[in-house]
Design a protein around this ligand. Structure first.
Ligand code: OSB
Ligand code: MG
Length: 371
């Protein structure tokens, strides 16, 4: 049966993180993004959230490129397409090269709408089965070791199942040694966000003494060849983030031996349908996966929770609780972490209500587009 699309509302929001988030590529505090509302004209509304940042430091997409793609290409394609399942969205978007985060934002809204029309949770619609998911936390680069140790202690108090620390040249091995000596048994991993090159191989090999769960994206954002060389020389499992944009990328990375673990981000791979295809491949080939984060507000967070209920998400992801990021989130209830777990909502679609008052408060402008 056709999924009727009657109207799309595009909202631009701006939300300030409680604390600046510092990585090897820069600092984020103000998060600009779009909320996309897709209406079927029968009383249902699906919600999506875009994840590209204001600057192209993580991948090439930005808030402005997202708007351009949505308004000038993706929404016009939807106007002339007939969808029977959310899987059709990535097919009709195929002529548009990349711009995966823009595609994922609107595809996510259509997945939510579809699940609501079917009267099932997004988790069930995707084929997930977990009732609760295990989560970790990603901690940005801190001004001092003391600050970092305190942040880790706070996170362990909440029960986060693993701690991810951001590293960069000059703030890596010494910091991690100090952390490891304070927390000898904690599950710790490091994320370099592409800050190193193969010339640093001897330096990176020192990480092997620290018993890390994995090292995430040590080398170039667009590389899988040199990561394969590095993985052959290192015991610590490599996890790829920036380098993975599709199932094809995963297939090639697997063939080359570029990594042992994949960080799946819905936005980076162009939506839930592609994320699920990557999941299925990894399940078949015994590659471990986990769900990454993009400092999302509640709608994006809800999509991540639903995806993580698929069985091959065997490692805790970066979907921390709303309180880790925001004074107040745009969904109700907010995402709550207890003993390192999030309870998966069972209501139809994303399973959270939108707090319209709070969403309006952060909305800079909105536009209605008839389909
Ligand atoms: O590399 O996973 C990353 C945040 C912004 C950009 C890139 C990354 C991150 C994080 C934080 O690690 C994930 C989160 O808490 O949402
Ligand atoms: Mg990363």
């Amino acid at each position: 049966m056709t999924i009727p699309l009657k109207k799309i509302v595009l909202r631009k929001l701006n939300m300030r993180l409680k604390n600046p988030f510092i990585t090897s590529f820069g600092t984020t505090q103000d998060k600009e993004f779009f909320v996309i509302e897709v209406y079927d004209g029968e009383g249902n509304c699906g919600y999506g959230e875009s994840v590209a940042f204001s600057e192209p430091w993580y991948t090439e997409e930005t808030v402005k490129t997202t708007q351009h793609m949505l308004e000038d290409f993706l929404i016009p394609i939807l106007k002339r397409s007939r969808l029977t399942h959310p899987n059709d969205v990535s097919k009709v978007f195929q002529p548009i090269r990349r711009n995966n985060m823009a595609k994922a934002a609107i595809e996510g809204a259509i997945w939510d709408l579809y699940a609501k029309r079917e009267n099932v949770s997004l988790s069930i619609a995707l084929g997930g089965d977990k009732k609760k998911i295990e989560v970790g936390i990603s901690i940005g680069i801190q001004p001092t070791i003391k600050d970092l140790i305190e942040k880790i202690e706070d996170a362990l108090q909440i029960g986060y199942k693993r701690i991810k620390l951001k590293i960069k040249p000059g703030a890596d091995i010494e910091v991690l040694r100090e952390v490891r000596s304070h927390f000898p048994d904690t599950a710790i991993m490091a994320d370099a966000n592409s800050a190193y090159s193969l010339e640093d191989i001897n330096h990176l090999k020192k990480l092997d003494e620290l018993n890390l769960m994995m090292i995430e994206q040590p080398l170039a954002h667009d590389d899988i060849v040199e990561h394969a060389k590095l993985q052959k020389e290192m015991d610590t499992p490599i996890c790829l983030d920036e380098s993975i944009h599709s199932l094809e990328d995963v297939r090639k990375a697997f063939e080359l031996g570029s990594c042992k673990i994949i960080n799946i981000k819905i936005g980076r791979v162009g939506g839930l349908t592609e994320a699920k295809r990557i999941h299925d491949f990894c399940q078949e080939h015994q590659m471990e996966v986990w769900c990454g984060g993009m400092l999302e507000a509640g709608i994006g967070r809800a999509h991540n929770i639903a995806l993580t209920t698929l069985p091959q998400f065997v490692l805790p992801g970066d979907t921390a609780g709303s309180q880790n990021y925001w004074e107040k989130d745009i969904i109700t209830p907010e995402v709550v972490v207890e003993q390192g777990m999030i309870e998966v909502p069972i209501k139809p679609g994303i399973g959270f209500e939108i707090n319209k008052k709070i969403m309006d408060e952060f909305t800079e402008w909105k536009k209605e587009i008839a389909i």
